[in-house]
Write a protein that binds this ligand. Structure first.
Ligand code: NDP
Ligand code: 2IT
Length: 445
């Protein structure tokens, strides 16, 4: 029995037409597993890939809500319960107008391997809606979130499926979703993560994805006798992941040259200070304004409609969204001196960009490794909820650092090739192996 990745993907394409993002994520993973699968027939005999590629269950539902003018709006809600071999389904909810089944299947599929890499008991899932929170009042977001949860609550639970945040779902949305879940079930449980600190949330969960990405970058650099201190870095996005990647990078003495949103990029040639970053946090999390206002406030350059990738720097941390680095962008980054690319976002690099990074021996960390700190601390939030206690900031931060180091070690073990580490191959094999072995142990279910 021999496994042919290209043939397998052709079949996946035929079965899932109109799902380009899902096919892209599947292609990246399946291609990098080909040699590994052919080296040990057990995974082929047990048809692991044929099974793991199919979500265990996909739920799609109507979400009606009433806007501030009294008009009824209708959105679509989703939850993809992808794989529960190693724990309850776990993964974020995304509220963004581009959300569809393809996007959520790509995110859910990636999540299986990411969660496995953390070493914690977390299965893979993802959900969300095509609802756009931009420009909506708090009352509209609350009514939408309540309607969304009025259906979703039937399918989730602290030992079944534990959603969290993602794009467009932060502290405010998790609060409204949790309140509605509790009202419907009369149960105060750890059914969501990213909760407020006063009502079951974990210290460092907000910071975890961004901090974790920087800790991971430090591990990669340490491995090549280098460090982040003194490096100039480009960050895209200005939401949760971008803010805390910037905070930790500045703290470690790196120079953060850029942040962005969907309307453009701010460029600070001197490097953002903690004060400017605080302004951006308030602007984005409380005032819900546009990044240009930070450029106006501090006299920084604003590159309207542009991404940060044409700027000169040592490292890039894409922290906004999928496919935000095209092949052309990758070439520009390399021409401008970038030697390290760390994906804070999920699948921000296109397949063309990844090929260019790999051919140029760029130190490249895929999202499922670099951004795993977020879901890892979600896992720690679940543990604290079960224990009915909470660990201090210092305790959780220390655990996060150790988790990121352990993920790095696993990847090095599986991704070492001569003097180079293929972080994509290492992450995919290490993530796959734990889930696959568990699926074999549990029989054909
Ligand atoms: P937020 O909603 O907090 O921030 C998203 C940021 O990305 C905003 O600046 C937003 O700009 C920008 N953005 C979103 N969509 C687009 C787009 N289509 N084009 C250009 N810019 C865009 O989300 P998060 O920071 O939580 O998530 C960012 C990325 O990190 C996502 O890929 C997510 O899946 C991933 N991730 C998140 C984790 C978490 O714990 N939150 C964990 C692991 C990964 P604007 O405001 O203009 O829309
Ligand atoms: O992509 C991700 O890992 C997240 N959005 C976080 C998921 C979680 O359950 O904390």
């Amino acid at each position: 029995m021999k496994f042919n990745a290209k043939k397998f993907i052709e079949n996946v394409k035929q079965k899932n037409p109109n799902e380009p993002e899902f096919i892209q994520a599947a292609l990246e993973i399946v291609l990098s597993l080909e040699d590994f699968l052919n080296a040990d027939p057990i995974y082929l005999e047990h048809k692991i890939l044929e099974r793991i590629i199919e979500p265990e269950r996909t739920i799609i539902f109507r979400v009606p809500w009433v806007d501030d003018k009294g008009e009824t709006q209708v959105n679509r809600g989703f939850r993809v319960q992808y794989n529960s071999a190693i724990g309850p389904y776990k993964g974020g909810l995304r509220f963004h107008p581009t959300v569809n089944l393809s996007i959520l299947k790509f995110l859910g599929f990636e999540q299986i391997f990411k969660n496995s890499l953390t070493g914690l008991p977390l299965g893979g899932g993802k959900g969300g809606s095509d609802f756009d929170p931009h420009g909506k009042s708090d009352a509209e977001v609350m009514r939408f979130a309540q309607s969304f949860m009025s259906e979703l609550y039937k399918y989730i639970g602290p030992n079944i499926d534990v959603p969290a945040g993602d794009i467009g779902v932060g502290a405010r949305e998790i609060g409204f979703l949790y309140g509605q879940y509790k009202k419907l079930t009369n149960d105060f449980s750890g059914v969501l993560t990213g909760k407020g600190l006063a009502w079951g949330g974990s210290n460092i969960r907000s910071e975890a994805t961004g901090y974790g990405a920087v800790y991971f970058a430090e591990e990669m650099l340490k491995n090549t006798n280098d460090e982040l201190t003194g490096k100039s870095i480009l960050i895209s996005g200005s939401g949760n992941v971008a803010q805390f990647a910037a905070e930790k990078a500045i703290h470690l003495g790196a120079k953060v040259l850029s942040m962005s949103d969907s309307s453009g990029t701010i460029y600070d040639k001197d490097g953002l200070t903690p004060e400017k970053l605080d302004f951006i946090k308030t602007l984005k999390n409380i005032k819900r304004g546009r990044i240009k206002e930070a450029a106006d406030e501090y006299g920084l350059e604003f590159l309207a409609g542009k991404k940060p990738w044409a700027l000169k720097a040592d490292a890039a941390f894409p922290c906004a969204t999928q496919n935000e680095i095209s092949g052309e962008d990758a070439k520009l980054l390399i021409q401008n001196g970038v030697k390290l690319v760390v994906e804070g976002a999920n699948m921000p690099s296109s397949l063309e960009a990844i090929e260019i990074f790999q051919n140029n021996k760029i130190l490249f960390a895929p999202g499922k490794a670099a951004n795993a700190g977020g879901v890892a601390v979600s896992g720690l939030e679940m543990s604290q909820n079960s224990l009915r206690l909470s660990w201090t900031r210092e305790e959780v931060d220390e655990k996060l650092k150790i988790l990121m180091k352990e993920i790095h070690n696993k990847i090095v073990e599986h991704g070492k090739k001569d003097n180079h580490i293929d972080y994509i191959r290492g992450a995919n094999i290490a993530g796959f192996k734990r889930v696959a072995d568990s699926m074999i142990a549990q029989g054909f279910v």
